[in-house]
Design a protein around this ligand. Structure first.
Ligand code: 4NP
Length: 174
C-alpha cells in the first residue's frame, strides 16, 4: 500500500512507543463506537493492538452505560465485527490531556472538543475517498446510514493504521 500524502502528520505520542486514540461523537452509541470497534479490529490485523489503545465517548451523557445502538451493532456483526463489549461513556476535557489523538465524527463534535488542533481532528480527514467529510449522525435515519458509517470508518481506519505504524516507528522522530 502506498503511504497517504499526509503520512507522518500524526502528533507524537505522549508516551513513546504507545498511542492512545479516542473516537468522539454525540451519544457514543452509534458512530464513535463503530469507529472504535473497526479501528481496534484493523489494529489487531496489523499486529499493532498491543501498542495502540482505542477508546470512545460521547459529548452527551444520555446513554452512559448502555450498549451500542442495536442497528449499529447489527451492521458491525453482519460485517464480521464483535460489537458486544461496548458500553457508552461521556467525554470530558480530561480526555484532551490523556489521549494522543481525538477524532470527532462531525463538525459539531469537533467544536465541542474545542476545535481542530494537531491532536483534535475530524475522522474524515483520514478517509481517502472523501477527505474531510463528516460522519453523519445515523441515529434518526434509516439502516443505510449505518452502512455508510461502517464504510467511512473502515476507510479511515485503514489509513490510520498506516499512519500509526509510521508514527510508532522508533526512527520517526530522528
Ligand atoms: P451517535 O448517535 O452520536 O453516533 O452515538 C446519536 C445517538 C443518540 C443521540 C444522538 C445521536 N441522542 O440524541 O440520544
Amino acid at each position: 500500500m502506498t503511504a497517504p500524502a499526509d503520512a507522518g502528520t500524526l502528533p507524537a505520542p505522549r508516551t513513546p512507543g504507545t498511542y492512545r486514540v479516542a473516537m468522539v461523537c454525540l451519544g457514543n452509541i452509534c458512530r464513535s463506537p463503530m469507529a472504535h470497534v473497526v479501528l481496534e479490529s484493523a489494529l489487531v490485523d496489523a499486529g499493532l493492538d498491543d501498542r495502540v489503545e482505542v477508546e470512545s465517548s460521547g459529548t452527551g451523557g444520555w446513554h452512559v452505560g448502555q450498549p451500542m445502538d442495536e442497528r449499529a451493532a447489527l451492521e458491525l456483526s453482519v460485517a464480521g465485527y464483535d460489537a458486544s463489549a461496548h458500553r457508552a461513556r461521556q467525554y470530558d476535557a480530561s480526555w484532551l490531556d490523556r489521549c494522543d489523538l481525538l477524532l470527532a465524527m462531525d463538525r459539531s463534535n469537533l467544536a465541542d472538543l474545542g476545535g481542530r488542533s494537531a491532536r483534535v481532528r475530524l475522522l474524515g480527514e483520514f478517509d481517502p475517498q472523501a477527505r474531510g467529510a463528516e460522519v453523519a449522525d445515523p441515529y434518526y435515519g434509516g439502516d443505510d446510514g449505518f452502512e455508510e458509517v461502517r464504510e467511512q470508518v473502515e476507510r479511515a481506519a485503514d489509513e490510520l493504521v498506516v499512519l500509526l505504524r509510521a508514527r510508532l516507528d522508533p526512527l520517526a522522530d530522528l
